[in-house]
Design a binder for this molecule. Sequence first.
Ligand SMILES: *Cc1c(COP(=O)(O)O)cnc(C)c1O
Length: 356
Amino acid sequence: MINVTKTFLPAQEEYQTILKEAWNTGWMTNRGVLVKQLELKLQDYLGTVNIIAMTNGTLPLQIAIKALRLQGEIITTPFSYVATTSSIVWEGCTPVFVDIHPDYLTIDETKIEAKISDRTSAILATHVFGNPCNVEAIEAIAKKHDLKVIYDAAHCFGVTYKGQSIFNFGDVSTCSFHATKLFHTGEGGALFCKPQYFNTIFSHHNFGHNGPEQFNGLGINAKMSEPQAAMGLAVFPYMESILASREKIVEDYSTALASLNLQFLKIREHTIWNFSYYPVIFEDEKQLLNVKLALEKCSIFPRRYFYPSLDTLSYVETSNLPYSASISKRILCLPLYHNLDKNSLQDIINTIKDNL
Ligand SMILES: *Cc1c(COP(=O)(O)O)cnc(C)c1O
């Protein structure tokens, strides 16, 4: 069986050797040695500052909305994982959707200003499939209208834009280390922020604690545990080789599928991408469903990332967003992971060719 992705697992002994350090200290959570080690390694590797490891990639979004004191309306993208929208609603704000760019698949920055009202407090956009939003244009709009900017950078491990980590853009950026993501800790995530927000966010992610007997205000529990950090530390040394094997698979897909009548993701200029997903866009939904069914008959399971368009969720107001509506119905992410073998890749390619 071939799924859209496969979790990279190091040798079990490597995980256990690292986990033993937690056993030795008898300390399983509350920011033990392994979480701190992981944060330092990631900060160094990614070229970021102000990282806080967290227990998943969704709580950082909710904590960011709280910490930036956002209220009213938040401008966002309809083309993302459900967590981008649900976090806004969960925190009592209203998502206002702006359509996506048809090639980059990120929020169309030229359509943001038309949706800004007196109630708008922020822009929460996703760097979809690791492809950066137009961060300069978004920053300029935010400055002009006094809005905060949060990036859902769940897919962005290792992505750089104009030579620096994409996590360095926005007031806050978040990442997911879920088992289906490029770098993982089983469940896990991280938040990156401007220095002025660090203390508030740090305190928010640990119940608001300021020492054992004092509180700095409201908080929640989003701490990463030691077993999670141990998985991250065990996976981390393999990241370069994981990226290299994914790059090769992406090249093979691109060469084999180039002549077909399919649309591919356009990566933004000045980006070093991370080969996190391989989406293809079909002519229409019928063609997508044909290919998907044919692949499934061969026990190959691609995923419809992202479908449905988030403005169709039951708990938000529907918008008129032609590109997101159309592309979400026609886009399919093909299997992509470190050890996807040549034969399987060829089967996937042949099945697509035979069913267009
Ligand atoms: C995976 C993902 C999340 C949520 O991350 P979790 O670690 O699963 O909580 C949020 N946004 C996007 C775009 C994602 O793909």
